[in-house]
Design a protein around this ligand. Structure first.
Ligand SMILES: [Zn+2]
Ligand SMILES: [Zn+2]
Length: 338
């Protein structure tokens, strides 16, 4: 079968032929119909994220149809449409036992990160990792749920979003579109920041009350102005450069929560007094849980969250999607069709 293979930092992704997988007992074979290109792909290519596994098939936002099932699998069945959960935890560590598989101490697989992912024609996963998809969500619209929406659900939970909160979403991409809608749903007032006018327009359309052009600078000051001095109760950092991190921290309200989802080459420096006198807290947010994927699918099925797809490309044209993402040209996901 055809697959897009990663060969390490600063090496081009290559479309190659690899052996077709077959399902072991307890697994399902999925014929992939759509796979989203996540910003994480760029971190693999630059080497900023280097998990040391290569060659590797990337792709962790994966939708398809179950084509075959291994011994002992009762559900899902052949013919079922599914979206894949990309972590396979050990099931025994303290994190797995409470459902926090994203923090597992001994992952068995992480598709598209350390195990072959979905930029391919087929994938095999444990049956529980294949979550049923309602027919009302198309393959292309479903792909960005796999990481974009689900990661937003996870981060929103960590931020303890509440009605009346002022939420600053710094940087606008697939996860941000989820965050903006989740924040709106929870009764928060959303301020989005981006350097791209079309992204700000989309942020507004999805519920952001204020859209700030990052090129104009003084983001923290403008947040204070909008909130009459209060600041942001929650800041989601999806850019995390020196400049944005300084503004994110300065924009925090008392007991504000700064949540890092994105990262760059830059380090975060803060004088403790900035956190002490405001009792602000800083946390990271990584990936998502299986329960959050199920919830994300429900939110989209119920029409409460909309995914944003910029373009759909045949698998062989993956480089066009990667290039457009790199140049900041995508408003939402580029989705590959094997
Ligand atoms: Zn992702
Ligand atoms: Zn575990």
């Amino acid at each position: 079968m055809r697959a897009i293979r990663y060969h390490g930092p600063n090496q081009p992704l290559l479309l190659e032929n690899v052996p077709m997988p077959s399902p072991n007992p307890g697994e399902v074979l999925v014929k992939i119909s759509a796979a989203g290109i996540c910003h994480t792909e760029l971190h693999f290519l630059s080497g900023l994220l280097n998990l040391g596994v290569q060659p590797l098939t990337l792709g962790h936002e994966v939708v398809g149809v179950v084509e075959d099932v291994g011994a002992g699998v009762e559900s899902p069945k052949s013919g079922d449409r599914v979206i894949l959960y990309y972590y396979v935890g050990c099931g025994r560590c303290a994190h797995c036992l409470v459902g926090d598989e994203n923090l597992c101490d001994a992952l068995r697989a992480e598709y598209g990160f350390v195990s072959d992912g979905g930029f391919a024609e087929y994938a095999t996963v444990p049956a529980r990792n294949a979550v049923r998809l309602p027919d009302t969500i198309s393959d292309d619209a479903a792909a960005p749920i796999g990481c974009g929406v689900t990661t937003a659900v996870h981060a929103a939970g960590l931020a303890r979003l509440a009605a009346g909160d002022v939420v600053l979403v710094y940087g606008v991409g697939a996860v941000s579109f989820g965050l903006i809608q989740l924040a709106k749903l929870s009764g928060a007032e959303v301020i989005a920041v981006s350097r791209t006018p079309a992204k700000l327009e989309k942020a507004r359309a999805l519920g952001a009350a204020h859209a700030l052009d990052g090129n104009e600078g003084k983001v923290a000051e403008r947040v204070r102005e909008i909130t009459h001095g209060h600041g942001a109760d929650v800041v989601f950092e999806l850019v995390a450069t020196k400049e944005t991190m300084a503004a994110s921290t300065a924009a925090l309200a008392k007991r504000g929560r700064l949540v890092f989802i994105g990262y760059s080459e830059d380090s975060y420096t803060v004088h403790p007094i900035q956190l002490v006198i405001t009792e602000a807290s800083v946390t990271g947010s990584v990936g998502n849980t299986l329960a959050e994927l199920v919830r994300a699918v429900d939110l989209v099925a119920d029409g409460k969250i909309r995914t944003v797809v910029d373009r759909v490309l045949p698998l062989g044209e993956f480089q066009k999607g990667i290039d457009a993402l790199q140049k900041g040209q995508l408003i939402g996901r580029a989705v590959l069709k094997p």
